[in-house]
Design a protein around this ligand. Structure first.
Ligand code: AMP
Length: 280
């Protein structure tokens, strides 16, 4: 597997692959890789001739006071996992490679979807995500980009960015990979104390119970949210940031829940904020 630290190296390798007529898949990550990331790599390997993963803890998507400095960095292990799973190249740029002195451009979605859900407490987050993913798309020029449904708002926003700005590629969403007890795998799970880790299973249990309610005919979004709030609040270590029901494309809150809608939540355990969701 090639480890490329510069944009020039990536472009040269991509040009060589293109000359051979090969298709390219891109899996953007912030590293600290786990089975969730690897499932995206496997899907890319399945669908594309060559797979590029990026490992870059993108400073522009963290606000002041968030966990940029303590975000886990495990590059050597990431390289092993990527190599074992058929990745052809990892792009591992320094911050200065992506944001050289004088950098001054950004990609911003201007509809309400960036203010909903995580956008309410992280107002600049998706601008950072769109900017870095837009740059990665321009650097790697993939045929397909692979993203996890775990970050459903990010996935919907990136689909919109690609549609509205005519990026010539397909955004592929991949299912959420979970721990045995249902907790969605996340690099941030490593922040949880053993007590918080045990408590966090309430998220999955609540989503399963909400799905049953929906299946048995509950359609009022407020009722669904109340049911989920009450259940999560039975766990003393959980502090709810939001529980919301939105449509699956534009992420606008709905009153009546229907198929395709997204039920999304963010909940703190101590200082760690976990997100999860399911599609109705
Ligand atoms: P991150 O490194 O957290 O920025 O995530 C990189 C990519 O992996 C994003 O597209 C995430 O949605 C995806 N991802 C993270 N966790 C999971 C998971 N548990 N299952 C599936 N995809 C995931």
């Amino acid at each position: 597997m090639i480890i490329a630290e510069t944009i020039t190296e990536v472009r040269q390798q991509v040009a060589a692959w293109r000359k051979e007529g090969l298709t390219i898949g891109l899996v953007p990550t912030m590293g600290a890789l786990h089975e969730g990331h690897i499932s995206l790599v496997r899907e890319s390997v399945k669908e594309c001739d060559r797979t590029v993963a990026s490992v870059f803890v993108n400073p522009t998507q963290f606000a002041a006071g968030e966990d940029l400095d303590k975000y886990p960095r495990t590059f050597e292990r990431d390289v092993e996992l990527l190599e074992q799973n058929g990745c052809d190249m990892v792009f591992y740029p320094a911050v200065e490679e992506m944001y050289p002195a004088g950098f001054g451009a950004e990609i911003q979605i201007t509809t309400d979807m960036v203010h909903q859900l995580c956008g309410a407490s992280r107002p600049t987050h998706f601008k950072g995500v769109c900017t870095v993913v837009g740059k990665l798309f321009n650097i790697v020029t993939p045929d397909k980009g692979f993203f996890g449904e775990k970050d459903a708002q990010q996935l919907a926003i990136l689909k919109k960015m690609v549609r509205d700005l005519n990026f010539p590629l397909e955004v592929v969403g991949c299912p959420t990979i979970r721990e045995a007890d249902g907790l969605a795998k996340s690099s941030r799970n490593s922040y949880l104390s053993p007590e918080e880790r045990a408590a966090a299973v309430i998220l999955y249990k609540t989503m399963q119970a909400a799905k049953e309610k929906l299946e048995s005919g509950m359609t009022d979004a407020e009722e669904v949210k109340k049911f989920m709030t009450d259940m999560i609040q039975t766990e003393p270590l959980a502090k709810i940031d939001y529980i919301q029901v939105v449509d699956g494309i534009d992420l606008i809150p709905v009153k009546e829940v229907s198929p395709g809608d997204l039920v999304a939540l963010a909940v703190y355990f101590g200082s760690t904020r976990l997100i999860d969701n399911f599609t109705v």
